[in-house]
Design a protein around this ligand. Structure first.
Ligand code: NAP
Ligand code: MG
Length: 553
C-alpha cells in the first residue's frame, strides 16, 4: 500500500516514500523475471501448446514473462465459462458484487509498487506514469462500484399511472447483458482493462479479458488481483494471444452479449462492423484514437502553455490517445512559444523508465520504432522542419531498446496528411494561425474528437469550450494541455471517431452502458374491484379461495 493518495495531480510533487517504494519493487522484481504465466479460465490456469517470450522495450535482452499463445478454442472455453457463471453472478445482490469489485481495487492498491515496476518494464512508462496507471485502475473500479451503490443498484420507482380502480407499481431496473468482452490496448493496459472490467462486473456481467500482446504480463497481474478478490469461477476469464487470431475469434463469436474495445480507430471500426453481423444489435463500447490539439491564444500565459504542452506531447513517449499531437498558435506569440517549447523539450531526460530522472522511456516495440523513422522521413519530404529531435537514439543503453527523441515539427503545411493521422509517437506538429477562429477550424478538422487544450484569456475560454469538438477539454492547465484525466474528476471519452458511446469512463453515466433497462409494471386491484365507483360488476360472486387462485395466474 502506498500510504498516500496518488493522482495525476499529486504526481508533480510526490512524497519521498513513493520513490523508495518504487525503487525497492524494481530491484525485487528484476530478481524474478521470466516466469511462465497461464491464462485464467473458469478459475483455473490454462496453458496453450504455443508460448511467447515477452521482452522489455527498455532492453530487449530482458525476458519479462513467458505467456500463452491462446487460439480460437481458448476463446470458446473462456466464453463458455463466462456464460455458465452468468446466471448466478447476475442474480448476486449488487451489494455483494460491489464488495468484490472494491476488494479487487484494494488488492491492486496493496501491490501498487510491484505492479508499477512491472508496468515500467513492460510498457516503458516512467515511474510516475506507471504508478498512475495502476492507481487509476483501482479508482476507476471503485467509481463504478460507487455509482451502483449511489443509485441503489439502479432499481428506481417510476410514476404511478392513473388507472382508476387499480394500484400500479412501475419499476425501472437496469440489468446486466450477459458475457462481456474486454479488449485493451498496450498504452494503459491496467486502466483500460480495469475500468471496463470494474463497470461490467459491478453491473452484473461476466467478463472475458483479452489484453494487447505487448502488455499481456501486466494484465495477467491485474487478473490475479481479481482472482484473489474471490469472484466465483468463470466470472472473470483472462486469455492471451494475437488480436488477429484470438481477438478475431472472440469478436466473431455469437455467444457474446457486449464488448468494450479500446485501441486504434481501424481495428475498432472493424470490430464494430464484425460485431454487427448477427441477428440483433449487441452493445459495443469503442474508445479509439485521438489527434488532440492544443490551441494557444495571443493572450495566453506562455509559461503554463509550454509546461502543459510538453507534458502532454511527450508523456509516455507520445503514445497516449490524449497526447497533444497538434499545437496551433496565434501568430503574435508564435516565435516566442516555439523557442520556449524547444528549450523545454530539450531538457527532457530519455532513458530507463524505472529511473527517477527519466521522463521518456522507449516506444513500445520494433514496429513503433520503425514507424518513427518512417514518419520523420515523411515529414522531411513534406517540407516540415525539426525544431528539435527527429532521430532515434543510439549508443549505450539506447541500442538495447526502442528509444526515440521527443520531436517538434514546424512548417509542415496544414494540408499534409500527418496533421490528420494519429502517429502515436513522440512527434508533435506546430502550426501558425492568424486568428483563433482559423485555429478552431483546424483543430476541429480531423476525424477524431478525444481531448483538447486551450491557453488564453478568461473571456476566450467559454468560446473554446463551446466550439471545440472533443469529449475531454482543458483550459489554462499547466499540468497537461490535453492529458492527465482522473476518474471522478475528468471522466474520459471521445466524440466523433474517438468514441462510440458519448458517455465518458469514470463518470456518472458510464456503468449504465453495461446494463439494459427492464420496466416492471405490476397491477394490483384496489381493495375490492366490484365496489369501484361508477362501475357495475356483472361477475358472479366466487368463493374466496377460487378468486385467490385465479388472481395468481
Ligand atoms: P490496437 O493495435 O488497435 O490494439 C488494441 C487491441 O486490439 C489489442 O489488444 C489487440 O491485440 C487487439 N486486436 C487487434 N486486432 C484485433 C482483431 N482483429 N480483433 C480483436 N482484437 C484485435 O491498439 P494499440 O496499438 O494497442 O493501442 C493504441 C491505440 O489505442 C491508439 O490508437 C490509441 O489512441 C488508442 N487508445 C484509445 C484510448 C481511448 O480511451 N480512446 C485509450 C488508449 C488508447 P494485439 O495486441 O494482440 O494485436
Ligand atoms: Mg513487450
Amino acid at each position: 500500500m502506498a500510504g498516500f493518495k496518488l493522482t495525476y495531480a499529486t504526481m508533480f510533487n510526490p512524497p519521498e516514500a513513493l520513490h523508495a517504494g518504487f525503487d525497492k519493487a524494481v530491484t525485487d522484481l528484476k530478481k524474478n523475471l521470466g516466469k511462465e504465466y497461464g491464462m485464467i479460465v473458469d478459475g483455473k490456469d490454462v496453458f496453450a501448446d504455443e508460448k511467447w517470450e515477452d521482452r522489455s522495450p527498455v532492453n530487449t535482452d530482458w525476458i519479462l514473462a513467458r505467456l500463452q499463445k491462446g487460439n480460437a478454442t481458448h476463446a470458446q472455453q473462456a466464453i463458455a465459462a463466462a456464460r455458465k457463471a452468468f446466471p448466478a453472478w447476475s442474480r448476486t445482490p449488487w451489494q455483494e458484487r460491489v464488495k468484490l469489485v472494491r476488494k479487487a481495487a484494494s488488492n491492486i492498491e496493496k501491490r501498487i509498487f510491484e505492479l508499477g515496476a512491472a508496468m515500467a518494464l513492460e510498457v516503458g512508462k516512467n515511474r510516475m506514469e506507471s504508478l498512475g496507471d495502476v492507481q487509476e485502475t483501482a479508482d476507476l473500479m471503485s467509481y463504478s462500484a460507487l455509482m451502483v451503490e449511489e443509485n441503489k443498484g439502479f432499481i428506481r420507482a417510476m410514476g404511478k399511472d392513473p388507472l382508476v380502480g387499480y394500484d400500479p407499481t412501475n419499476t425501472s431496473v437496469l440489468r446486466p447483458y450477459g458475457v462481456w468482452l474486454i479488449v485493451s490496448p498496450f498504452n494503459f493496459p491496467f486502466a483500460l482493462t480495469g475500468g471496463p472490467t470494474g463497470a461490467a462486473l459491478s453491473a452484473g456481467n461476466t467478463v472475458v479479458i483479452k489484453p494487447a500482446t505487448d502488455t499481456a504480463w501486466i494484465v495477467r497481474l491485474y487478473a490475479e488481483c481479481l482472482r484473489d478478490a474471490g469472484f466465483p469461477d468463470g466470472v472473470v476469464n483472462f486469455i492471451t494471444g494475437p488480436g488477429s487470431t484470438l481477438g478475431q475469434a472472440l469478436v466473431d463469436s455469437p455467444e457474446l452479449d457486449g464488448a468494450t474495445f479500446t485501441g486504434s480507430f481501424d481495428v475498432g471500426m472493424k470490430m464494430y462492423r464484425d460485431f454487427a453481423k448477427r441477428n440483433y444489435i449487441r452493445p459495443v463500447i469503442l474508445e479509439l484514437g485521438g489527434k488532440n490539439p492544443a490551441i494557444v491564444s495571443r493572450n495566453a500565459n506562455l509559461g503554463d502553455a509550454v509546461t502543459g504542452i510538453v507534458r502532454s506531447a511527450f508523456g509516455l513517449q507520445g503514445q497516449k490517445c490524449s497526447a497533444a499531437s497538434r499545437v496551433i498558435v496565434e501568430e503574435p506569440v508564435y516565435d516566442e512559444i516555439v523557442s520556449r517549447l524547444k528549450e523545454a523539450t530539450e531538457k527532457l531526460v530519455i532513458g530507463d523508465p524505472t529511473e527517477r530522472a527519466t521522463y521518456l522511456g522507449p516506444v513500445i516495440n520494433q514496429n513503433s520504432y520503425n514507424d518513427f523513422k518512417n514518419f520523420t522521413e515523411e515529414i522531411n519530404q513534406g517540407g516540415g522542419k525539426f525544431l528539435t529531435g527527429g532521430h532515434v537514439k543510439s549508443g549505450g543503453i539506447y541500442d538495447k531498446g526502442y528509444f526515440c527523441e521527443p520531436t517538434l515539427v514546424t512548417d509542415l503545411p496544414f494540408d499534409h496528411r500527418l496533421w490528420q493521422a494519429e502517429m502515436f509517437l513522440p512527434i508533435t506538429t506546430i502550426g501558425k494561425v492568424s486568428n483563433l477562429n482559423e485555429g478552431m477550424k483546424i483543430a476541429n478538422s480531423v476525424n477524431y474528437g478525444l481531448t483538447a487544450g486551450f491557453y488564453g484569456s478568461a473571456s476566450e475560454v467559454d468560446w473554446f469550450f463551446d466550439k471545440i469538438e472533443a469529449g475531454v477539454t482543458y483550459a489554462n492547465r499547466p499540468q497537461g494541455a490535453t492529458t492527465g484525466a482522473w476518474p471522478g474528476f475528468q471522466p474520459f471519452g471521445g466524440w466523433k471517431g474517438s468514441g462510440a458511446s458519448g458517455k465518458n469512463a469514470g463518470g456518472y453515466y458510464y456503468v449504465q452502458l453495461y446494463m439494459h433497462e427492464q420496466i416492471r409494471t405490476l397491477i394490483k386491484p384496489k381493495a375490492d374491484r366490484k365496489s369501484s365507483p361508477g362501475k357495475k360488476s356483472n361477475r358472479k360472486p366466487v368463493k374466496k379461495s377460487a378468486s385467490k387462485k385465479s388472481r395468481r395466474r
